[in-house]
Write a protein that binds this ligand. Structure first.
Ligand code: P1T
Length: 387
């Protein structure tokens, strides 16, 4: 059996970065609950001196995600936002970051409410039309930030087309791969420089851990990000690393079911007379369907939709009638969740910005789990029948 990078996704998901523990033979990576390590003489140790800098459980996770994303280095953080924070720390005052205008509210808040105070300039534009990028790029642009599919409107951004602008402008392209996951999409292969994950979502997969991951394939970026990881110290604990390592082992199996269930629900919603609009890139009516089919293996488990009449009260009423879908923040767990982005995950974006970007008060977001699709459709059907 090969465990090298040529192995298939499932093989890498289960094995990459991991081998039986040499001291005991433990098949699962031990959870190294230690803050420090004995040294033979000052500075003479086995590669581990202090757990903010290195921890073997974290190393296994970092090597695992690097292999899956086809990068050279993985760097783990205490949360998805801590990973975003580390990437923006690559910038200095006066630098510009251009971002797509549909993105997780917490990322927007970190950009505009924290980093903007340090003189970094943020520009938010619609990047589902990549031609818009030309208008804002300059020699000051150091990062271009995209989510594809985006949160919560499931916009698709053409990663290769954005990467092509790097021939003319010197920026690093960051792809937040949280919604697609490394199973469905490989941003580094498409020309991105930095891939970022809220591993809290599909990678962990069981809604029991908060963690962030970054993968790069350039040594210079890896060095700077490892420096930030150690110098700023927003590291995940070993138990959290273990939980994400364990989650990733079944990522491919779970994602297939998430995608299949989402497909059934999206088609059901699309044909329902009370439904106004369905946002799921697998529908041929979706604006980004063609690009999604090219750059993704399948279309993912996230769906947003609106109800005819476009009233917030209807959205709230629908959400209150669901039984199987739990009303909650977050996504990507085995269980189905539902949410109201305007008042929940994206409430930190000013309403007028949200509306401009197309995120209405009536939008409903579903994180489709791996339960039986028929049961999920039945739940949505009974909730729609009551409004
Ligand atoms: O929650 P945390 O692990 O810090 O990750 C932040 C984050 C980053 N990027 C994307 C695309 C995300 O969706 C998130 C977190 N999102 C939610 C909690 C949510 O319900 O949308």
């Amino acid at each position: 059996m090969t465990k090298d990078k040529s192995a298939g996704f499932g093989t890498l998901a289960v094995h990459a970065g991991q081998s039986p523990d040499p001291s005991t033979g433990a098949v699962m990576t031990p959870v190294y609950f230690t803050s420090t390590y004995a040294q033979h003489a000052p500075g003479d140790h086995q590669g581990y001196a202090y757990s903010r800098t290195h921890n073997p459980t974290r190393t296994a996770l970092q090597d695992n995600i690097a292999a899956l994303e086809k990068g050279t280095k993985g760097i783990a953080f205490a949360s998805g936002l801590a990973a975003v924070d580390a990437i923006v720390r690559l910038l200095k005052p006066g630098d510009e970051l251009v971002s797509s205008n549909d993105l997780y509210g917490g990322t927007y808040r970190l950009f505009t409410k924290l980093f903007a105070h340090y003189g970094i300039v943020f520009k938010f534009i619609d990047l589902s039309n990549t031609a818009n990028l030309e208008e804002v790029l300059s020699e000051k642009t150091k990062l271009v930030w995209i989510e594809t599919p985006s949160n919560p409107l499931l916009q698709i951004i053409d990663v290769k087309a954005i990467a092509a602008f790097k021939l003319k402008y010197a920026f690093e392209l960051v792809v937040d791969n949280t919604f697609a996951t490394t199973y469905l999409q490989k941003p580094l292969d498409l020309g991105a420089d930095i891939v970022m994950h809220s591993a809290t979502k599909y990678l962990g997969g069981h809604s029991d851990v908060v963690l962030g991951l970054i993968v790069v394939n350039k040594e210079s970026l890896a060095e700077r990000l490892f420096f930030i990881q150690n110098a700023a110290g927003a590291i995940p604990g070993p138990m959290d690393c273990f939980l994400v390592l364990r989650g990733i082992k079944t990522l491919h199996l779970r994602m297939r079911q998430h995608c299949e269930n989402a497909k059934q629900i999206a088609h059901y919603l699309q044909s329902h007379p009370k439904v106004e609009k369905v946002y799921w890139p697998g529908l041929s009516s979706h604006r980004g369907h063609g690009i999604a089919a090219e750059q993704m293996k399948d279309f993912g488990g996230m769906i947003s939709f609106s109800i005819k009449g476009n009233k917030e009260s209807q959205a709230r009423s629908f959400l209150s009638k669901l039984n199987l879908f739990t009303l909650a923040e977050s996504l990507g767990g085995v269980e189905s969740l539902c949410g109201h982005p305007a008042s929940m995950t994206h409430a930190s974006i000013p309403r007028e910005e949200r509306i401009k970007a197309g995120l209405s008060d009536s939008l409903i977001r579903l994180s489709v789990g791996i339960e039986d699709a028929d049961d999920l459709v039945e739940d949505i059907d009974q909730a729609l029948s009551k409004i």
